[in-house]
Design a protein around this ligand. Structure first.
Ligand code: GH3
Ligand code: MG
Ligand code: MG
Ligand code: MG
Length: 315
């Protein structure tokens, strides 16, 4: 229909359909004390297929945001009884960054400084009421598009492309930052460094694609076992780490040995049939010094595991 109207290019329509598909999964919270205003904004949002939730003042909006973590966009009025739009934004920004939750301010207040103040206080954008419908749609879509872009960039920077687990950059970023806290609180951090045994043989015998399949299944098993409580990352090639925050070496050893035994016992199903894969693991607990130093000690233990015959965990 849109194409028949001949007003838009094919590419434009494809982008539109993509956005509408995305919008179906996007929850928007509308905070406004005026029922008329709320219904009006809801109606505009529903035209774009968004899921809409309403709050009639700042405090209830804040409560909803605290209890439902899957809201992507907050559209908030300025003048509301109790907690106003500014108060709401300030509280919200203590918990959600601009990348986690987008905020668009709305107001019919004549104060011209409002727009800048909203944005300075943490809103991603601002719209003066009354507004043209098209402008509302454009601003909402722009805000969500840049959120999508930031998330995509974050994923590209922090996740491993092949396996989807965290990459080395994320690992160092996270633990360089946490090491001071760990030192101060004298809490424990144990790192396991894993290296798949004779992985080159898998590539040489079955091809690189099968090697990739093994890496994907290997990391998915690691992630299933440890991903919820600990940090799993791919260090490069067929080397992975699991960082056990709060666990000593002995605890981490027993977890890693369970993983080792399960991996050996359960062949990985590939397009070339089932393959039995084993892994060698080195473990080191943080005592003092740098993160590099900790990794080096885990690497030495890994070397021992290889030397002693592989398919082993060493401390
Ligand atoms: P060892 O038991 O001593 O660890 O032997 P190994 O063969 O596992 O060790 P080596 O370091 O010689 O070989 C690692 C291989 O991993 C070499 C490299 O081609 C392969 N590799 C690295 N990254 C990837 C990848 O992303 N996909 C695939 N398929 N192979 C990879
Ligand atoms: Mg109001
Ligand atoms: Mg290696
Ligand atoms: Mg290897």
């Amino acid at each position: 229909y849109i194409l028949k109207e001949n007003r838009f290019s094919y590419e434009y329509v494809v982008r539109l359909v993509k956005r509408l598909k995305r919008n179906e999964n996007v929850k928007v919270l509308v905070a406004d004390d005026s029922l008329v205003s709320r219904k009006f904004v809801r109606n505009l949002l529903e035209q774009q297929l968004f899921q809409v939730i309403e709050a009639d003042d700042g405090l209830s909006a804040f409560e909803i945001l605290q209890s439902q973590s899957d809201i992507t966009l907050l559209i908030t009025d300025y003048n509301m009884p109790g907690l106003d739009g500014f108060g709401l934004i300030l509280k919200v920004r203590e918990i959600f960054s601009r990348e986690e939750l987008a905020i668009i301010g709305l107001s019919s207040d004549a104060d011209e400084s409002l727009s800048a103040r909203f944005i300075k206080n943490g809103a991603n954008d601002f719209l003066q009421k009354p507004f043209v419908h098209e402008e509302f749609h454009c601003r909402v879509l722009n805000t969500l598009d840049s959120l999508d872009m930031i998330r995509k960039l974050w994923e590209q920077a922090n996740l491993d492309y092949l396996t989807g687990v965290y990459n080395r950059r994320y690992f160092f970023g996270l633990f360089e930052e946490q090491l001071e806290q760990i030192k101060l609180k004298k809490s424990s951090l144990t790192v396991a460094l894993l290296d798949i045994d004779f992985f080159k043989k898998v590539n040489d015998t079955y091809g690189h694609d099968v090697g990739d399949e093994v890496l994907v299944e290997f990391s998915s098993r690691l992630n299933r076992l440890f991903g919820q409580h600990f940090t799993v990352s791919r260090f490069g090639g067929e080397e992975f780490t699991v960082a056990f925050k709060g666990l000593n070496e002995d605890k981490a050893f027993s977890l890693m040995d369970t993983f080792r035994a399960q991996l050996e016992a359960e062949p990985i199903l590939t397009s070339q049939g089932p393959l039995t894969i084993t892994v060698s693991t080195g473990i080191a607990g943080f005592t003092d010094g740098s993160l590099d130093n900790l990794i080096n000690r885990a690497d030495k233990a890994l070397y021992d595991a290889k030397e002693l015959g592989r398919n082993l965990v060493c401390i």
